[in-house]
Design a protein around this ligand. Structure first.
Ligand code: ATP
Length: 253
């Protein structure tokens, strides 16, 4: 559903991501993890078509996000790490606006169910400006699910959500993935996403270090116990003294 092929992004002189390739198939819940500045948000923004790759290609459901953006974006939703709502629209008007933009039909019942699910039903007529931070985040999440996209990207979705909202989000993600949605989410809360994600893509300094299921990654890294946690895997992968040879960073001039 999402295919990132040899993707690179350079901001001015700074190489943020280099030669990154991975895919997220229908039904997968992939955790994109890495230290601060590893390139997670850059990768998410490129998949969403907000940011143009310096090199490489990103497709959503087979549509190139640069050369064929409309069908790609119709099949995708992004919940950014700091979602911006329209201050003069109510919660329900955000749903109406989203449905209009995506040309979604028969969304009212689905929208009402999502508001119930995320405990926003009593805030339906509240202006975005009058919501708490976590509530605004939940509105962005509800809007992302509303048009039933084939793929959803969540950039740091857990920050700001209360435990119940996190549980609701997990249930919604699992249910959607069972229905064939591809999910890519980034988080630093490794203990929280460990049981949710079916696979992981670990980045370090803009490069792929390792990817796969937890067991596949453990096997590739070699030096780990069979019951190593995602956090232990993370430290081994991102603080190891060497990257795999084909992913080694170039020598500095
Ligand atoms: P974090 O975990 O801190 O959110 P991240 O993995 O999401 O980090 P990115 O935000 O993708 O990382 O940043 C990757 C690199 O690109 C960093 O070195 C960052 O300084 C740089 N970068 C990101 N956005 C820009 C920008 N708009 N202009 C210049 N450099 C940028």
């Amino acid at each position: 559903m999402i295919e990132v092929s040899d993707f690179s992004k350079t901001y001015d002189e700074r190489e943020a991501v280099a030669g990154l390739s991975f895919r997220v198939d229908a039904g997968d819940i992939v955790g994109l993890v890495g230290p601060n500045g590893a390139g997670k948000t850059t990768t998410m923004r490129a998949i969403a078509g907000i940011l143009r790759p310096t090199a490489g290609r990103v497709t959503v459901a087979g549509f190139d996000v640069v050369s064929d953006p409309v069908p790609a974006k119709q099949r995708l939703a992004l919940v950014p790490d700091d979602p911006h709502l329209f201050s003069s629209l109510t919660v329900w008007e955000h749903l109406e606006f989203t449905a209009e933009v995506f040309g979604t039909e028969d969304w009212i019942h689905h929208g009402e169910r999502l508001l119930e699910q995320f405990e926003l039903a009593d805030r339906r007529e509240t202006l975005a400006d009058e919501l708490s931070r976590g509530m605004r985040q939940k509105v962005a999440i509800v809007c992302a699910f509303l048009h039933r996209p084939g793929a959803i990207l969540f950039d740091e979705p857990l920050t700001g959500l209360d435990p119940r909202a996190i549980r609701t989000l997990y249930e919604a993600i699992r249910e959607s993935a069972r229905g064939g949605m591809a999910v890519l989410l980034s988080s630093h809360l490794l203990g929280q996403i460990e049981s949710l994600c079916t696979e992981f893509v670990i980045l370090r300094q803009g490069r792929l270090v390792v990817e796969g299921t937890r067991d596949e990654i453990r096997a590739q890294l070699g030096e780990l116990r069979a019951d190593a946690t995602l956090e232990e895997i993370f430290f081994t992968a991102t603080e190891g003294t060497s990257l795999p040879a084909d992913r080694a960073e170039p020598d500095l001039p």
